[in-house]
Design a protein around this ligand. Structure first.
Ligand code: NCD
Length: 310
């Protein structure tokens, strides 16, 4: 795709060559993301972050990306409470308005399709930071970038997605992005009620992937190159009794980690609830905090590409 001026609202937008380019640019940004060196690539540029849902990593990651490249940030992380949306302004008009101020917009919203709606009104690129349980393209991108950095390849990996595969938008993004690679074996570990949506499973199978579905994490843990944990998404459950049923259903413990391959990679988008025992954090195979810095580099690259600066 031609990144310049393009809204980034769906993981399905990315083809292999787009990922290759994005990761090449991210590599060049990595020193800045890791706080080495200074850049003024974004000098004079303004990023607006519009958050209708809570966030620690994604918003700070975008804002850090802009600031460390010498740009500026305006933000509203309480859009639901303090923006003119409370005066019934439409998402379309909000997009039209904010694009008068900013050069690029990063936005999160609890409803699927809301980012696209705001993007329709915006005259500057809008980047989705997650829309409900639907899609979270930049987290998926940073996860795939983590695979490339930590495993040195993506083709041919055996990857398990473990936990709430129904409501985790990150899993939905990962599965769509991974379709750009070859010979991937996917192991989908979840309770029956929280399985990956059927359309996504079919797409994976259509890509020629071997897909295994299981509820038994322990039975498969020894044979995986990558373990990607997805917390049970409490806020997406219509019924809290249902959530209570699945809370804590999969916990990565040191005992389980002992059974994993010596060179396995453990990823998680965070936040952590209870799905990874803190005792695992010291294990060199666990890279979930390193992922956070990879995320800054990927978002730097994406900002540079959509602004036509790379
Ligand atoms: C994810 C999200 O918001 O979907 N968090 C993140 O952006 N790092 C994952 C989650 O909340 O489980």
């Amino acid at each position: 795709m031609d990144f310049t001026g393009t809204h980034i609202t769906a993981s399905g937008q990315f083809e292999r060559e787009d990922l290759d380019l994005l990761f090449r640019v991210a590599d060049s940004m990595l020193p800045y993301a890791q706080k080495n060196g200074v850049s003024d690539l974004m000098k004079g540029k303004v990023l607006a972050t519009l958050f209708f849902e809570p966030s620690t990593r994604t918003r700070f990651s975008f804002e850090t990306a802009m600031l460390r490249l010498g740009g500026h940030v305006i933000n509203n992380y309480l859009m639901n409470e303090t923006s003119s949306i409370t005066k019934w302004e439409s998402l379309y008009d909000t997009g039209r308005t904010v694009s008068q101020f900013a050069d690029v917009i990063a936005m999160r919203h609890p409803e699927a399709g809301a980012v696209e709606e705001l993007a329709k009104g915006s005259t500057v690129p809008v980047i989705s930071c997650g829309d409900g349980a639907h899609d979270h393209p930049t987290q998926g991108l940073l996860d795939v970038y983590t695979l490339y950095k930590e495993k040195g390849r993506i083709d041919g990996l055996k990857i398990a997605m473990v936990g709430d595969l129904k409501y985790s938008r990150v899993v939905h993004s990962q599965s769509q992005l991974l379709r750009n690679y070859k010979n991937i074996e996917l192991v989908l570990v979840s309770p029956k009620e929280l399985e990956l949506p059927e359309d996504l499973v079919s797409e994976l199978k259509d890509s020629g992937f071997k897909v295994t579905v299981t509820e038994d994490f322990e039975a498969v843990v020894g044979d995986l190159d990558v373990i990607s944990m997805a917390r049970i998404q409490k806020e997406r459950f219509p019924d809290m009794d249902e959530y209570e049923k699945f809370k804590g259903v999969y916990v990565l413990t040191l005992d389980l980690l002992r059974k994993a391959k010596q060179d396995a990679l453990v990823m998680a988008p965070l936040p952590r609830v209870d799905e990874i025992d803190i005792a695992c954090d010291g294990d060199p195979r666990c890279k979930y905090f390193e992922q956070v810095q990879y995320g800054v580099a990927v978002r730097m690259a994406l900002l540079a590409l959509v602004l036509g600066l790379r």
